[in-house]
Design a protein around this ligand. Structure first.
Ligand SMILES: Nc1ncnc2c1ncn2[C@@H]1O[C@H](COP(=O)(O)OS(=O)(=O)O)[C@@H](OP(=O)(O)O)[C@H]1O
Length: 892
């Protein structure tokens, strides 16, 4: 606009001069006008003074607790203790009944429960209620209804089932009230429950019943000021079973729209959440008049879960906070810290230490950028060093390089230069903690970096936002690799570029929303340990990190009973894995399946050296023969042999898994023709391993799975003789019959041998686990007898399943060897290559009594297998048909 005005002005001025007499005065006037305009333009567009004025006034934290004046002594409000001394058998799991499989509130509830690390079983209201108990224990510690009405309207069979379960196991119900669809309904009564519901109210402000023993995380003396989102349902009852939990008042905005202003409506008269103690039907319930999209409801929900589950579904009240200030010395000139900023950092740290036990800022430095700002900022750098002993320092790379982009030598040099910088400037570095620039090398794991971390610094802990993925943030987890504890990290909404309030989405108000119940608050709420990553630039300029931290701590103190603490990173790491031991084990994912991981994957590595299909076993079914047949195909390539386990890598089922992805990929050849060569491996123990399907699905979700099934009785027999062939002392000293019939008093070695002998043959049980992670169409089942007797047909259908090209006729490559008694591979030279002596050897037949015993043993599983096989593109094999015919059902 302004530019256009200026151009027009200059245009008319020039025209005026060309048509009128020129005189000296006019020339002078023109020069004057020009200089005024030019200086205005310069000041307006070039200097941009508004940013400077922003920098002069960083925002000041302003949160003050608004305690309810009715609360006589806030100090007396101790958090509720919900843990029960009774021996209640409740699982750490919740049942969530949703309106529809993908309903928005249902998803929100599931994610919230998952963020608290509660396992959730989701069922749609129209589906049958799953089995609720497991003999003496309850499978679900609470039942949550996305819409409480669905509970009230359950058909009598399911309603009785749920009510009986809740009463028998002391399980409570959580329900969210949704107004009925018919628009006209504003009030309804729940028959038999002495409860009236009023719908669609606009409300403002909220306070909690500070006499309720439901509150544990929530400190109930606070008052929330402001309009509540959406339309609410409220509860009315005089029955003693109900305890009001939260109150609100009618929105003043609502009153403006013509409803007469009645003074009592302005009081906190509207009950927005109630507890039903169960006096009427013996089932405790907590009902909410609005969904989880109001921040206070997330905290109330957390306390509800804890209360109704007798403390089973609760997290500790301790909240550990670690704040890393990353990129010390790295920032660009003009946005770095000055002396005043450093002073502010120190004084804020002093204040935070009063509320957060043991708090220290962790400063991550890159010495290569020391004194690289303007004069004022260089003084800031020096000031940081003056205060060096006030902080905990950790190392980055010398020039903030991303390790995965450089050679090992270069990375080592960079680490050592940074170490020398610390020595030169007498910085006592906490070498056991480090952070990699831009997460490089942490996840996906870059092995050389882990190695150098240990060699140069003795690193034991780090943190990242990338495991297993950046988003969703609530799913981030920790893992341990190569002795380094990798902890999940949060962004707290401030990035390198968030330096002025105007840079934050929604400005200061937006930041306040995140702190006061929003994203930043939720991080602390759901994570007992939070590591916040901030940057140097967030501490200069508008000092947004200081504002955020002080405000957050004040808000947490007003509203929660959390005990805020801080620990040195290694101790924090130990604490984390003590709380969440199940996370110690990593789950490797394919670095090329997620664009952020791909960017962190060294360019000289590919994700191509991973199998397209895996023969998973079980043992003794002919897996080695199949492996050798496949290798005869020019477009199919297997792994190179392992020095320890020969043709089997045994990666997914053993400690080899912890050696990482590089170790696994090294077994596979580079593909000569990228899309034409199929890579595969076979490890016959994968089939029956508990952890394998999950691990395979995480790394190669599109891989095809090949399974060979044979009569489990014969498999067990063959396996026993395999162990004898390999001189297993227990097998040599115990007969097959004694192994399989060993009872609980048998020696541990025999019982272990028995388990390994019989368990893989429980095919249905293992197949179900594979089906949890892979669709049936990705799994190919081969029958062992067919592989033995008609391998040519087996290979034809397998090639089709794998889409191998060219489709070859195996009749040319396989020939029966009467001496060996099996098919062998025909080499190009025409020579036959059979499997070694350990495969297809001779052993005595099984006696009838043993066979009968095993038939009974496998009966139930075989029945299940025959049903399961219908999901696959395969026939029921002859042995299974016979087996099911011979032993009448129920005799197992
Ligand atoms: N073509 C061919 N050559 C040799 N052996 C064959 C062949 N086809 C199937 N079989 C049967 O494979 C059994 C060994 O199975 P695995 O290779 O899966 O055993 S292992 O788990 O890898 O040890 C082996 O079991 P045993 O006879 O008990 O040794 C064989 O019966």
């Amino acid at each position: 606009m302004l530019k256009r005005e200026l151009i027009r002005f200059f245009g008319s001025l020039t025209r005026w001069f060309s048509f009128k007499h020129r005189s000296l005065l006019r020339t002078l006037l023109l020069i004057l006008a020009l200089s005024v305009v030019t200086s205005f333009y310069f000041v307006y567009y070039v200097m941009q003074p508004p940013r400077l004025s922003q920098k002069a006034q960083p925002p000041v934290p302003h949160i003050r607790c608004l305690s309810d004046p009715d609360l006589v002594n806030p100090e007396l409000q101790a958090p509720g203790k919900h843990k029960s001394s009774e021996r209640l058998q409740l699982a750490h799991r919740a049942l969530l009944v949703v309106e529809a499989p993908n309903s928005r509130n249902g998803r929100k509830l599931k994610h919230f429960l998952n963020s608290l690390r509660i396992e959730v079983k989701v069922v749609s209201k129209s589906k049958t209620i799953p089995s609720l108990s497991n003999k003496k224990s309850a499978r679900y510690a609470v039942i949550v209804f996305e819409n409480y009405n669905s509970y009230l309207k359950l058909d009598s069979w399911n309603r009785q089932l749920i009510d009986k379960y809740c009463r028998d196991y002391h399980v409570g119900i959580v329900g969210f009230i949704r107004p009925p669809r018919e628009d006209g309904t504003h009030v309804s009564h729940i028959d038999g429950y002495h409860l009236t519901l009023q719908y669609r109210l606009e409300l403002e402000d909220m306070k909690l019943n500070f006499d309720s023993y439901v509150w544990r995380v929530l400190k109930p003396g606070e008052v929330w000021k402001g309009f509540l989102p959406g339309k609410w349902s409220v509860f009315h009852s005089n029955h003693s079973t109900y305890q009001n939990l939260a109150y609100s008042r009618l929105s003043s905005r609502y009153l403006e729209f013509g409803v007469s202003e009645d003074s009592h409506l302005k009081g906190f008269k509207f009950v927005t959440a109630v507890m039903d103690k169960g006096e009427i039907d013996g089932i405790p319930k907590i009902l909410f008049g609005y969904d989880l999209n109001f921040w206070l409801h997330t905290v109330m929900m957390m306390d509800t879960l804890s209360y109704l589950s007798f403390g089973k579904l609760e997290l500790s009240l301790d909240r550990y906070i670690q704040v890393d200030v990353d990129d010390i010395f790295v920032g660009k000139e003009g946005i770095r810290m000055t002396v005043d900023d450093v002073e502010a950092l120190v004084s804020t740290q002093d204040r935070l230490q009063k509320d957060v036990d043991g708090f220290l800022f962790n400063l991550g430095y890159s010495g290569g950028f020391y004194l690289s700002g303007n004069d004022e900022e260089d003084e800031g750098d020096k000031k940081l060093l003056d205060y060096r002993n006030k902080f905990r320092w950790f190392s980055h790379m010398w020039k903030h390089e991303q390790p995965h982009k450089f050679s090992v030598e270069y990375v080592e040099n960079s680490m050592r230069l940074n170490k020398a910088f610390a020595e030169e400037h007498k910085i006592l570095v906490y070498g056991q903690y480090t952070v990699a620039p831009h997460h490089s090398g942490v996840y996906p794991v870059h092995e050389p970096m882990y190695k150098l971390w240990k060699e140069v610094w003795g690193v034991k802990t780090t943190s990242t936002e990338e495991y297993p993925k950046l988003m969703p943030a609530w799913q981030r987890r920790g893992f341990i690799h190569s002795g380094v504890m990798v902890l999940p990290r949060q962004t707290c909404g401030l990035f390198t570029s968030t330096i002025f309030t105007s840079d934050y989405q929604g400005g200061l108000q937006g930041l306040d929303v995140a702190i006061q119940g929003g994203e930043t608050f939720q991080t602390i709420l759901t994570n007992p340990i939070s590591i916040f990553m901030t940057h140097l630039s967030n501490y200069g300029n508008d000092r947004l990190a200081l504002y955020m931290l002080e405000s957050l701590v004040s808000f947490l103190k007003c509203w929660t009973n959390f005990k805020l603490l801080s620990l040195p990173p290694v101790e924090l790491g130990f604490k984390y894995f003590e709380m969440f031991p199940q996370e110690k084990e990593p789950i490797w994912t394919n670095p090329c399946d997620y664009y952020r991981h791909k960017e962190l994957w060294p360019v000289n590595k590919t994700c191509d050296r991973l199998p397209n299909f895996i023969i998973v076993g079980p043992q003794k079914t002919g897996t080695t023969a199949l492996y050798s047949f496949l290798n005869r195909h020019s477009s199919v390539k297997s792994n190179k042999p392992s020095p320890k386990s020969f043709e089997e890598i045994q990666f997914f089922n053993t400690n080899n898994y912890y050696l990482g992805l590089d170790w696994y990929m090294d077994f596979f050849p580079q593909r000569s023709k990228p899309n034409e060569t199929l890579l595969f491996e076979k490890s016959a123990n994968y089939f029956d391993s508990e952890v394998v399907p999950k691990r395979v699905a995480a790394l190669v979700p599109r891989a095809k799975i090949v399974i060979i099934l044979m009569n489990p009785i014969k498999r067990a027999h063959s396996w026993y003789y395999h162990m004898r062939y390999h001189k297993d002392p227990t097998a040599l000293n115990t007969s097959f019959h004694d192994v399989i019939t060993a009872n609980e008093y048998a020696p541990a070695k025999v019982k272990r041998l028995q388990m390994r002998c019989l368990s893989p043959g429980l095919y249905a049980q293992h197949l179900v686990r594979w089906l949890d992670y892979f669709p049936a169409k990705q799994i190919h089942i081969i029958h062992s007898d067919e592989l033995k007797n008609d391998p040519v047909s087996v290979m034809e259908s397998l090639q089709k399943f794998l889409h191998v090209e060219p489709l070859i006729n195996y009749a040319r490559y396989l020939r029966y060897d009467p001496g060996k008694g099996f098919y062998c591979v025909v080499q190009d030279s025409g020579q036959m290559e059979c499997l070694g002596k350990s495969k297809g050897h001779r052993y005595p037949p099984m006696d009838k009594a043993t066979e009968r015993y095993l038939r009974r043993y496998y009966k139930k599983n075989n029945t299940n297998l025959s049903k399961l096989l219908s999901s696959f593109n395969t026939e029921v094999p002859e042995w299974l048909r016979q087996d099911l015919k011979e032993i009448p059902a129920g005799k197992s």
